[in-house]
Design a binder for this molecule. Structure first.
Ligand SMILES: Cc1ncc(COP(=O)(O)O)c(C=O)c1O
Length: 465
């Protein structure tokens, strides 16, 4: 292992884990007969497991989080110093790192001005939904309360966020859900033929997919629709960048019907796609933006909901009404470790030009994946933005029939055996957990990218012949 392991009783750790830890998103039955994997240490792009085995992490902590890589001493030091100065005070008061990070963040988000701190992506989205509901009550007699979300998008694990969830396998068996959340169609051009709009592509498809949102608004009644919540690039639902012209038309529709545009940057935010935020590729002006994973690269738990001054102002009032402000708090939204880590994280991205590296390495990853697509017929489509890419596996290119999940697992398992951790869409859209996912840290080198795609090349050859 790379660094100094402090706890050498790893067999004890494995049995304690097996006896007492309930892992996230995991069927535990197979772990009765095999060892759970314990990730023990991380440095740069690499992690080590309990057997001492090294893995190149092509998914930044499995869920696209560790944007600046593992083992960043300056973040750890900044958090340590901050904890000793002041670890916590409730978010109803200010803090030094909270104010500093808000100022730095707003600098990257022209048109937005207010930062509301939270602990997770789900929670930041819940807060945005609460704001929409309260605005509906304050200004529209409660009527303009509906929140639109998109098929295949995901906004979190809590019941409110699942109510806005477009991935049926995440939602199944957890209903009933909150009322007033309405689905709009996805914008995956590769699967356009299934949407019944004829044979459209490029800008024509982008327009049509956005027009479908307008149709839902008109069907529901524009006076009932308060907000539209979208991922800039759908992440877990299949790595879906928007088709051309989509976002421009979405913006127009939101303005036309006074629908607040809430962009969920939990995955794409803070550099993942090669710009600070995913929406900045498309020139849109959101009213609300939520972010979490890359904000502090997992060095501390922090999420933010960022709004315009206009949204903020709707919650200010001189009236003597005790309910007339945003009555929301999360205890740990007052932890100072989050913004302290986020400040260093942002400084690292700037000083090391990780946005530039993300663009360059993203282009290399995409080029390599296109090369693999020429060689392996099982790859039906590759798509992505920056260092966030997907390769959709199909049994037959003409029919686009997805390969089975067992085969997808065989590919990810083969890569793991080669020491490269890649991802795949996981319990998302029924029948469509068939997209391999790549989201290496923004520090990736050309050799890292080539090692990732070489592993996939080998795995596809072995699994599909
Ligand atoms: C787009 C998106 N939004 C929200 C969330 C939820 O974030 P969290 O797991 O921090 O609650 C996720 C998690 O993967 C996500 O991908």
């Amino acid at each position: 292992m790379d660094g100094g392991m402090k706890d050498n009783d790893l067999s004890g750790i494995v049995s304690a884990d097996r006896a007492h830890v309930w892992h996230h998103l995991t069927q535990h039955k197979p772990l009765e007969t095999t060892d759970p994997k314990i990730i023990v240490e991380g440095k740069g792009m690499r992690v080590w497991d309990q057997t001492g085995r090294e893995h190149l992490d092509a998914v930044s902590g499995a869920v696209w989080t560790v944007n600046v890589g593992y083992g960043r001493e300056r973040i750890a030091n900044a958090v340590r110093d901050q904890l000793l100065q002041l670890n916590y005070f409730a978010g109803s008061m200010g803090s030094i790192p909270g104010a500093r990070f808000a100022e730095r963040l707003i600098d990257k988000m022209p048109g937005l001005s207010r930062v509301y701190y939270a602990n997770s992506g789900s929670e930041a989205n819940e807060k945005a939904f609460k704001m929409v509901r309260q605005i509906a009550h304050k200004r529209f007699g409660g009527k303009k309360h509906k929140i639109l979300y998109r098929d295949r998008d995901y906004h979190g694990t809590t019941l409110g966020a699942l109510s806005a969830g477009g991935q049926q396998e995440r939602n199944a068996q957890y209903g009933p859900f909150a009322p007033g959340f309405i689905e709009v169609p996805h914008c995956l051009e590769y699967r356009a033929a299934d949407q019944g709009w004829g044979d459209l592509s490029g800008e024509a498809y982008g327009q049509r997919a956005a027009d479908a949102i307008e149709e839902v608004i008109l069907r529901e009644g524009p006076e009932t629709v308060g907000a539209l919540c979208l991922e800039p690039v759908t992440a877990g639902g299949g790595v879906i960048p928007p088709p051309p012209g989509y976002w421009e038309r979405v913006q127009e529709i939101c303005r036309k019907y006074e629908v607040l545009l809430h962009i969920d940057e939990v995955v794409c935010g803070v550099g993942r796609t090669g710009t600070w935020f995913g929406y900045q590729h498309y020139g849109v002006k959101p009213d609300m933006v939520t972010m979490a994973k890359g904000v502090a690269s997992g060095y501390a738990a922090i999420a933010c909901l960022v709004t315009t001054e206009e949204v903020f102002d709707m919650f200010k009032s001189d009236a003597d009404d005790p309910l007339d402000y945003f009555r929301d708090i999360s205890t740990f939204g007052g932890c100072t470790a989050g913004p302290a880590a986020a400040l260093e994280n942002m400084a690292i991205i700037e000083e090391e030009d990780l946005l530039g590296n993300c663009q360059a390495m993203g282009a290399r990853l995409m080029e390599n994946l296109h090369g693999l697509m020429e060689k392996h017929r099982v790859i039906g489509d590759v798509r992505g933005a920056g260092l966030f890419c997907g390769a959709e596996l199909v049994a037959d290119r003409a029919s686009k029939e997805p390969v089975s999940e067992a085969l997808v697992r065989a590919v990810t398992g083969d890569c793991m055996a080669q020491g490269v951790i890649i991802g795949a869409t996981n319990r998302s859209v029924p029948g469509y957990n068939n997209t391999l996912c790549f989201a290496p840290a923004l520090i990736a080198t050309p050799d890292d990218i080539d090692q990732i795609t070489d592993a996939v090349d080998g795995a596809l050859s072995r699994v599909f012949g």
